[in-house]
Design a protein around this ligand. Structure first.
Ligand code: CTP
Length: 415
């Protein structure tokens, strides 16, 4: 995106009572210098007048997919290319479901499938609908694909009760939109790179029924895969057991044990230019595996465990000119442990986070931590979605690649 033109925002408005707040969002975006085009769902037209929005945006408002005289194919493709951000406010439960399942049954849902720019959703609905497992699952699926969400607030709802479901304040929505627009003009800056990512836990089997594992869910590693794909990289994802759907465009290899992950990583590292080791690999495995179920006795049971291969340390020895990023989940002396692992395992970057935090640790949708490099820089990454964090990590990887390019041009050997 060139810096001399205003930001282009498509504002999608769906059919909830909070649609009456959408003109305020539109006006505030305009006041902050953005150009806004509006798309309404048919249901939204019951809550807000098309004429009002045409007057405010100074452009035709799109509702129907098929309108006489308009070339619909060109229209949604063109609008998708035009947009720097697709903001949907309010987003109803129905629209979350349509987006989550790729149901292109009107102009807005078709546009959602066509855009390659960031998407920001501001849901608003009745508290029961918001809390429903179906809505929460749809949201989790969208977040996993990199969609940003401003959750609704608690407050007085149109149904007359107090609860969670009220559209976030227009100021907040606009502020978040501007952060997304300013922070990262959408770029495919990893085209030509091949990113190898490990994700999730490993499971070390004791017998056909029991195994040792950890609390990793794979969310951070999968977010990295989505983010790297969005920036144009080829992605190989080596995943331990998780409940997540891998991105369809990634080459995904499923493994179970640390030893299998070790072999898969080594046999796929050749083509990789960037390696992101987000997996929580078990450090120990049972010394023996019993093919028959272990039976209980009256005595205490002692498990004999042996070390698994340290995949990251091996990669550190073999990495050549690849950028190697490690992850460390710590409960104390975070920076100290992080620095030691960075040097001992010959990494370029390490993300250290707090494993003890419920909001940002294992299984959470958000993360926070410190990104350390070999020059001793420590960048604090405050609490943000795992996708945004993935983007921040890739920004830093991109800088390292650019630095290396400069060194190579000058005939110096990168470290
Ligand atoms: N890791 C690995 N292979 C292992 C263990 C860990 O590749 N067998 C990688 C993880 O993918 C992660 C990093 O090492 O990127 C840090 O993992 P962590 O368990 O925190 O570090 P350890 O080196 O195992 O150190 P410690 O157990 O002392 O904290």
């Amino acid at each position: 995106m060139s810096s001399d033109r205003p930001h282009h925002v498509v504002l999608g408005i769906t059919g909830g009572i909070a649609a009456y707040k959408a003109p305020e969002i539109l006006r505030q975006l305009q006041q902050r210098g953005a150009e806004v085009r509006v798309v309404l769902t048919r249901a939204a037209t019951h809550f807000i007048g098309r004429v009002t929005l045409e007057a405010l945006s100074r452009h035709p408002v799109v509702v129907e997919m098929f309108e006489p005289g308009a070339n619909i194919v060109i229209r949604h493709v063109e609008m998708a290319r035009w947009a720097d951000l697709l903001l949907v406010a309010p987003a109803t439960a129905r629209t979350l479901a349509r987006f989550a399942h790729g149901l292109a049954d009107d102009f807005l849902a078709t546009l959602y499938l066509s855009v390659r720019c960031p998407v920001l959703l501001a849901p608003a609905m009745d508290a029961e609908m918001w809390e429903n497992a179906a809505t929460q699952e749809n949201l989790a699926r969208l977040r996993q694909r990199g969609v940003a969400v401003i959750p609704p607030e608690r407050g007085y709802l149109a149904s007359g009760v107090e609860g969670e479901g009220r559209l976030a304040e227009p100021e907040q929505i606009v502020a978040r939109a501007l952060v997304i627009l300013a922070a990262r003009p959408y770029v495919r800056d990893l085209e030509g790179e091949h990113v190898l990512i490990t994700a999730g836990p490993t499971c070390e089997d004791l017998d056909p029924i029991r195994y040792l594992t950890n609390r990793s869910t794979g969310k951070m590693g999968y977010a990295l895969a989505h983010a790297a794909l969005a920036r144009g990289a080829r992605v190989t994802l080596i995943s331990g057991p998780t409940a997540l759907l891998p991105p369809p465009d990634a080459e995904t290899i499923f493994v179970r044990r640390a030893e299998q992950m070790y072999r898969a990583v080594l046999s796929h590292m050749e083509r990789a230019t960037i390696i992101l080791k987000a997996a929580a690999v078990a450090d120990y495995q049972p010394k023996t595996f019993s093919t028959a179920k272990l039976k209980k006795t009256e005595a205490d049971l002692m498990l004999a465990l042996e070390r698994t291969p340290d995949i990251l340390a091996e990669l550190g020895r073999r990495k050549g000119s690849r950028v190697l990023v490690g992850f460390a989940a710590e409960t104390d002396a975070h920076l100290e442990h992080g620095r030691r692992k960075l040097i001992e395992k010959n990494l370029d970057l390490i993300l250290v986070n707090d494993a003890a935090s419920a909001e940002t640790g294992f299984a959470a949708d958000e993360n926070a931590g410190f990104l350390l490099d070999r020059e001793g820089h420590v960048v604090e990454l405050p609490r943000m979605s795992k996708y945004e964090m993935a983007m921040r990590i890739l920004d830093r990887v991109r800088e390292l690649l650019a630095q290396r390019g400069r060194l190579e041009q000058r005939g110096e050997r990168p470290r």
